[in-house]
Write a new protein. Structure first.
Ligand code: ADE
Ligand code: ZN
Length: 366
């Protein structure tokens, strides 16, 4: 199988011969074992049906589904909006600080077991404050889980507050006000929810304020929306990463810009298939994004809804796309560290672990 030989930096540390020494049948093990960062994960999208039922019972709520299986069977989506309708409804079982903690802890335990060393986690406070849950309840529960995960699981977990783009900019400003007393519990802001009809320009002023506050800024763009939304996210919101961004390939000029500036794209393959951005994993444009020299990462988005966590995304995507081999696995993991907002010393330590693992696999010791 020919490797894609991505042309862009970073230069790979292991000798290229190391990649060809790793047999294709070892790829699933390599993908699972390799250290990695997850940069596009909505914590509300990790609510498994079993936990939804447990929290509903704990909070005395009834659900419109008789069982876990019937709820799971309802996860047949036709587009982003059809998913978001279910996702917001399910999040209504989250009421107490302990509920937010339990949800985040369940994700972090899974992530750590998959060798995720760094997780930059989105949360949607407006989904909860609109139901009367105080902002403080949400952030305390999530933050406690991140702190405990660092202490007990050795994972760096940080929060990114997402504004819901189907709501107004004034509502985003009100959320930012509520969040400011907790400024040190989150590292940045993002923009998610229904993309079409809600261009980045709608949030120009609130993102400018967030940048002034020293927050990192990212935005979903080019998932269902056109390349112009990616351009606006770069030019108007001045984001540091683009979440999804897969539609950038429709604009060669945009691809050149993204590659030259090494703007990371946090791509989510299983999500893209479930929400019908691509017909199948075999038709996903991940190989083309890599060949274009883009700083691509693989992520799970809403794993409880889309058929799997980060390892499942990697293993299934590599199985479906024979162009992807050990060299691409290395580049994706390395990009995930490069694209994270972690301090440089941590990134260097993680890359050293990555290099050591690939060398061990090349020597048949993996
Ligand atoms: N919120 C949760 N998942 C999302 C996605 N894939 N796109 C936009 N908003 C989201
Ligand atoms: Zn997302």
């Amino acid at each position: 199988m020919t490797a894609l030989a991505p042309s862009a930096p970073p230069a790979t540390t292991p000798d290229p011969a190391c990649f060809s020494a790793i047999a294709r049948e070892r790829l699933p093990a390599l993908l699972r074992r390799m250290p990695k960062a997850e940069l596009h994960l909505h914590i509300e999208g990790t609510l498994e049906p079993e936990l939804i039922f447990r929290l509903a019972a704990r909070n005395g709520l009834s659900l419109p589904y008789p069982s876990v299986d019937t709820l799971r069977a309802a996860y047949a989506f036709t587009d982003l909006q059809s998913f978001l309708d279910v996702y917001y409804a399910a999040a209504s079982v989250l009421r107490e600080e302990a509920d937010f903690f339990d949800m985040a802890w369940a994700y972090l335990e899974r992530a750590a077991a998959q060798n995720v060393l760094c997780a930059e986690i989105f949360f949607d406070p407006q989904t909860h404050t609109a139901r009367g849950v105080p902002f403080e309840t949400v952030i305390r529960g999530l933050h406690h889980a991140c702190q405990r995960a660092h202490a007990e699981l050795g994972i760096e977990a940080r929060l990114i507050l997402c504004f819901l783009r189907h709501l107004s900019e004034d509502e985003a400003f009100a959320t930012l006000e509520q969040a400011l007393p907790w400024r040190h519990h989150f590292i940045g802001v993002g923009l998610d929810s229904s993309e079409r009809g809600h261009p980045p320009e709608k949030f120009a002023r609130v993102f400018a304020r967030c940048r002034e506050l020293g927050l990192h800024v990212v935005a979903h763009a080019g998932e269902e929306g056109p390349p112009a939304y990616i351009e606006a996210a770069l030019d108007v919101l001045q984001v540091e990463r683009i979440d999804h961004g897969v539609r950038c390939l429709e604009s060669p000029d945009l691809v050149r810009r993204l590659a030259a500036r090494r703007i990371p794209l946090t791509v989510c393959p299983l999500s893209n298939v479930k929400l019908r951005v691509f017909d199948s994993l075999a038709r996903h444009n991940l190989p083309a994004l890599l060949v274009a020299g883009l700083c691509v990462t693989v992520n799970s988005d809403d794993p409880a809804y889309f058929g799997g966590y980060l390892d499942q995304n990697l293993v299934e995507t590599f199985a479906a796309l024979p162009q992807l081999g050990a060299a691409e696995a290395y580049v994706l993991a390395r990009n995930s560290f490069e694209a994270s907002f972690a301090p440089a010393v941590l990134k260097a330590a993680w890359v050293a672990q990555l290099d050591a693992l690939f060398q061990a696999f090349a020597l048949g010791q993996g």
